[in-house]
Design a protein around this ligand. Structure first.
Ligand code: SAH
Length: 263
């Protein structure tokens, strides 16, 4: 009897130590790979291990490598942070510790054009669908998750790291932001969504928010599905969806609407 193929290879969870012998098999096994530097590798894959992104990982369509920051720390206690120069509250992740982790993350990665290196940061350029598309078009991405008050500026300067924000709010760490951005990116990789969804017609694909969606039952608590959707007239359905997408975008996101230059 032949055993069914094991398809867990995409779910590689690599915990790195700074020894070279451990670095030998660090070349990405999957066609598109995310490397995440974090103090909390146990937060991954998190939601990325579920549903479509999790299945795609199992199929080897993308890979995730977490690089635990702790082993790169200083001294017996593997300290990764220290008090801010100039005083003030909280702790800052040390440049030397982060540098060692970034050097390990860089092993086996191509140039920056195909592999952005990003620090998740509320000071960063806002993440959007265009960023997800750009990242998905490369070979992978390295994400540095901050904690506490953030990271020593010198490491961002030294490695020319991009700062990218999930939005105008402050999280306690970069891990949730990393998962959100990876989810948005991975679903754009070839084969990940299959026929389950279209990335061409959804919100933000063409600068518009999506039209409303309905499914069975056709009447629920006295609310009917708009009759046009049940008419079978595809041209009319298309027209209705377009008009709804425009109405919703105009009402909710005047900023997006203005970019389209319609009126
Ligand atoms: N003192 C910093 C905030 C630190 S929050 C400041 O005022 O800018 C701790 C960590 O959470 C950060 O290092 C960053 O990695 C992450 N983080 C917080 N908010 C974020 C956001 N909006 N987008 C992405 N990462 C964020």
């Amino acid at each position: 009897m032949t055993e069914p193929p094991k398809r867990s290879h995409g779910r590689l969870r690599v915990s790195l130590t700074p020894q070279p012998s451990d670095l030998m098999d660090m070349r990405p096994a999957a066609p598109w790979t995310a490397k995440v530097i974090t103090l909390f590798p146990e937060a991954f894959p998190g939601t990325l291990g579920l549903s479509l992104t999790g299945k795609a990982m199992d199929l080897g369509l993308w890979g995730l490598e977490t690089i635990a920051l702790r082993p790169f720390g200083e001294g017996k206690h593997r300290n990764v942070d220290d008090t801010p120069a100039g005083g003030g509250a909280g702790m800052v992740l040390r440049a030397d510790v982060l540098g060692r982790a970034l050097d390990v993350a860089a092993i086996g990665t191509p140039g920056r054009a195909d592999w952005p290196v990003v620090y998740l940061s509320p000071r960063g350029r806002p993440f959007d669908q265009a960023t997800a598309r750009r990242w998905a078009g490369g070979r992978g991405v390295t994400l540095l998750c901050g904690r506490f008050e953030g990271v020593d500026q010198r490491v961002l300067d030294e490695y020319a790291i991009d700062e990218v924000s999930l939005g105008d709010f402050v999280l306690t760490g970069g891990e949730i932001a990393a998962q959100a951005m990876l989810d948005a990116t991975v679903r754009l990789l070839p084969g990940v969504l299959g026929n389950a969804a279209s990335t061409e017609e959804e919100s933000h694909a063409a600068g518009l928010l999506e039209h409303p969606q309905y499914t069975r039952p056709s009447e629920w608590r006295g609310r009917a599905i708009p009759p046009v959707l049940l008419s079978g007239n595809h041209a009319e359905i298309e027209k209705w969806r377009r008009a709804e997408a425009e109405r919703i975008t105009r009402d909710r996101r005047p900023d997006l609407w203005a970019k389209l230059g319609r009126d």
